[in-house]
Design a protein around this ligand. Sequence first.
Ligand code: FAQ
Length: 328
Amino acid sequence: MYTTELQKGAAPAAIANEPRALIDAFEARIAEDAFIEPKDWMPEAYRRTLIRQISQHAHSEVVGMLPEGNWITRAPSLRRKAVLLAKVQDEGGHGLYLYCAAETLGASRGEMIDALHSGRAKYSTIFNYPTLTWADIGAIGWLVDGAAIMNQVPLQRASYGPYARAMVRVCKEESFHQRQGYEIMMVLAKGTDEQRAMAQDALDRWWWPALMMFGPPDDNSPNSEQSMRWRIKRDSNDALRQKFVDVSVPQADYLGLTIPDPDLAWNEARGQYDYGAIDWDEFYAVVAGEGPVAKERIEARRKAWDDNAWVRDAAAAHEARRAARKAA
Ligand code: FAQ
């Protein structure tokens, strides 16, 4: 995540010396659910919070290409290969829309990428787990894209216009991704004993990390209160996590697979599922960079950046020549 001195800890509600009249006008726009646009005045803390969240989101999309990209050459058929290739390309596109949205707030692409490569910036914990079998590609589509949609649908109404609009297209594509993953799981779950076991094993390994994608519990989420007041976040981490559990359990039942949680039970009074304790120590360890394949992920991103420097140089040289021709 793009982290500056200001961003350490929870976002302050306002920075000293910002004109009261401008803050009041900004808050009135938030209260009436109007979008804040790049040229509108906004509190510095709102701008920094958005850069933090949007750049983290962009990094997650781009690092998120790696676990599935790992299976493109090993997809079991030409059709699966073409579909997976398209999905991974979509994720790259999502990263680009999001970097552009963050740039409208004054962050530079170079600074954001540098923050990722130097370990100052976070990206979703989920992408620090390895993809061991083909069933993992099904589980990622079903659960990881499923969790991403649950979190991102409300972001289509985030108060910052460019972020909200980027989310509309992202959600449409994530919805296709979720279905392709679930379809892989359906084929495996109705296949041979070995295929069913592979599907169950993938569910066993991805279930808990998918629940962690929603972030820490509400009572330990330093940014939620302010982000919800600014209508960047519309729902709390726990509320979205619960919704995800509630839609996923019947989907697992349909597949004939078992969610790896002995405490999972329908709670008639709440009209929701109760679920077991999440291992928050594991979450914080992965956030801190100790995920099973965290080092490989960042190494792969750095290598891609360095190996492809010539593309950026060529594009810049082309643009300089075009500008010079135009000036002449
Ligand atoms: N991993 O106070 P909160 C995808 C950090 S996209 C790592 O609750 P906030 C598509 C958090 O940043 C997946 N860090 O924070 C795809 C904060 O750090 P800070 C990404 C996490 O921002 C699918 C600290 O903990 N989606 O999957 C995580 O209010 C398949 C305290 O947390 C988005 O980024 C985590 N899981 O709420 C691609 C959605 N959770 O800055 C390829 C947009 C929390 O204080 C294949 N983001 N942290 O040092 C959001 O909705 C929010 O930023 C949350 C966190 C909900 C993630």
